[in-house]
Structures are given as C-alpha cells and as structure tokens.
Design a protein around this ligand. Structure first.
Ligand code: FES
Length: 165
C-alpha cells in the first residue's frame, strides 16, 4: 500500500464512525417517535391517576321535600377505551330536618335498579324483590347489604355526589 493511500484510509475512519453514530441515532429517534404514542395509548388507562369524580344533581332546595326523589346525573363512561357520556340516577332522601343523603339506585344483590314505592314506603328491587328502608338498610329479600350511601358536597346551593372510582 502506498503511503498516500494509507493516509486517505486513516482520515476516513473517524468520518465512518461519525456516520455510523449519526445513522444509529437517527434510527433510534424514529423508533422512539413511533413507539411513544403506541405505548402512551396502551399505558394511559393503567397509569392514569384515579381522581375524585363529582357529578351535579341540581339545586339542593328541590330535594328537601319529604319523599325520596330520583336524581339523574351525567357521567363519562370509559369502557373498552371508548369514552361516552351516559346518564345515571340516584335516590336523594331528606330527613325531617331537611338534611339530605344520597343512595345509589343499584341493588346490592345483582345490580338491578331499585325504585321507591310510595305505598310501601320502601325501595323495591324489581328483579328478586329485595326491599330496603328509607336509609337504604335491607328489610327483606336476597340483597347482602344496604344500598351504598354516596359522598355529597354542596357548592353554591348545588348538590354534588362523588361517583365511585
Ligand atoms: S338484583 Fe335486587 S334483589 Fe336481586
């Protein structure tokens, strides 16, 4: 090998190394750009912090009457990665002093919705005839426990409930 050829080869070695490094870096960036959105999509539901979710029921004044009242609220359902606005309902019960509590309408047996029966003065489940009193306590039938009492919050005269996580 002539002396001038050897010098040429030596001068190319750092440039080749730099090109290899640059191509590797470029490929790595492309892989990262493609992988991050995919990983984000897959991991978001797992990593998302479960915060408190509150739903508005309406003015507290409308719920201060004696009989339990059905209150409809809106919430965002997140089943199978699909977000959808849905309606739910609860039972708002006021005592003689006008203090309000909110009961889930979901029967604790297998999840049917209970309804207030004014004639009986009980919540009755249509599926297996479970019965609950005004406070949500089981009176008869297969339900294993009381109706769930929901956390409430008052804000500017509006009643809110905390939705189960
Ligand atoms: S689901 Fe209510 S009693 Fe069975």
């Amino acid at each position: 090998m002539a002396r001038s050829e050897a010098k040429l080869i030596d001068a190319n070695i750092p440039r080749r190394g730099f090109l290899k490094f640059a191509i590797g870096l470029f490929n790595g960036l492309i892989v990262l750009l493609l992988a991050v959105p995919g990983l984000g999509f897959l991991l978001t539901p797992v990593l998302r912090k479960r915060g408190e979710t509150w739903a508005k029921l309406g003015s507290i004044e409308q719920f201060r009457s004696g009989m339990p009242q059905k209150a409809i609220f809106k919430y965002i359902s997140e089943a199978d990665y699909i977000l959808a606005e849905k309606n739910g309902f609860v039972w708002v019960v006021a005592d003689e002093q006008g203090r309000v509590s909110v009961l889930s309408a979901v029967c604790t047996h297998t999840g049917c919705n209970v309804a207030w029966q004014p004639g009986e003065e009980k919540f009755v489940c249509p599926c297996h005839e479970g019965r609950y009193d005004l406070t949500g306590k089981v009176l008869s039938g297969p339900p294993p426990r009381s109706l769930t009492k929901l956390e409430t919050r008052l804000e500017n005269g509006e009643l809110f409930i905390q939705l189960p996580g």
